[in-house]
Design a protein around this ligand. Structure first.
Ligand code: MG
Ligand code: MG
Ligand code: MG
Length: 306
């Protein structure tokens, strides 16, 4: 039985490409291992895999009795429901340490960088294994996606250095153009059900006993969602009720203007005001310079909930 490597629920490009790359590296190091994902590919990841001719990992939702590696998360809320019955061999991630724990020592590569694929690329270097051209291409895209083409507060020099190396290997030299091509695919909302948009890049958090959900749509222009904003606002109110959450947020991030309009459904909007120092108007708030959920939204909210 082979080991499986997978990223978080609602897989994004980093979760998918990080799993594929780590499986490739581990295979070359002699492990019997395959990439997996906890849900279907999103449009951006589909575009990235097609562009470089890489097959999608299998969708696997149950991991009981399996040896596994986790990438791009270490939070139980984002891991498979039966993770407790799996044997975790290692974690490769770039988020805050979550609440996943293990019964045995594990291999752990958790670095404060912009993308899991930056860590995986560094692992190839550490083990002195050559990165294949197609894998270099998808890792490059994952880093451009997670760092919002190097504009996110999460982006580090290590991410940029790794991208320079990957672009040499895969032959993509115009990273800005590649990134915008990818974000245009990501921005497309036409014909997509509202709930699917809300959940496309959505994460649940437990903040001091209160359920908080936060989704994000990264858009090349905020006006793309003008016609559906009221529907999005209604849907996050519905989602909040369905989950019994205290708060559900949706970040509408304009990657060119470099800011986020926050849509808010909350039992207590004062929490939002005291977190960001600006009062929401009609359940909305414009946050200039804010693009990262992980670095600029979640930690500040957690402080408020403490
Ligand atoms: Mg991710
Ligand atoms: Mg990531
Ligand atoms: Mg992201």
């Amino acid at each position: 039985m082979s080991t499986l490597v997978f990223g978080h629920k609602n897989p994004d490009t980093d979760s998918v490409c990080g799993a594929i790359a780590l499986a490739d590296l581990k295979k070359k190091l002699g492990e019997d291992i395959a990439p997996a994902m906890q849900g279907e590919l999103n449009p951006e990841s589909t575009f990235v895999l097609n562009k470089f001719g890489v097959a999608a990992p299998e969708v696997v939702t149950s991991y009981a009795g399996k040896d596994v590696y986790l990438v791009d998360h270490s939070d139980l809320a984002q891991s498979p429901d039966d993770l407790a019955d799996a044997n975790i061999l290692g974690i490769v991630d770039h988020h805050k340490l979550g609440d996943v724990t293990t019964g045995q020592p594990l291999e752990c590569w958790i670095w404060p960088v912009g993308c899991t694929c930056t860590v995986v690329a560094s692992m190839y270097k550490y083990f002195d294994i050559e990165i294949p051209k197609d894998i270099a291409g998808i890792m490059l895209c994952a880093i451009l996606s997670d760092t919002v083409i190097f504009k996110s507060a999460t982006c580090t020099d290590a991410d940029k250095e790794v991208c320079a190396k990957l672009s040499e290997i895969c032959g993509e030299s115009d990273l800005e153009a590649l990134g915008i091509e990818m974000f245009k695919v990501k921005s497309a909302v036409d014909g997509t059900p509202i709930r699917e948009l809300v959940l496309r890049d959505y994460k649940d958090f437990n903040m001091n006993g209160k359920g908080v959900g936060c989704g994000q749509l990264e858009l090349v222009d905020l006006s793309i969602v003008d016609g559906i904003k009221a529907d999005l606002e209604k849907d996050i109110r519905d989602l909040k009720a369905e989950k019994g959450h205290h708060t559900v947020l949706l970040m509408l991030t304009d990657i060119m203007k470099e800011g986020t309009e926050l849509l808010i459904a909350s039992d207590d909007e004062a929490v939002i005001e005291s977190t960001f120092g600006i009062a929401p108007v009609d359940g909305k708030l414009w946050l200039p310079g804010i693009m990262s959920r992980k670095k600029q939204i979640i930690p500040d909210l957690e402080k408020t909930f403490k």
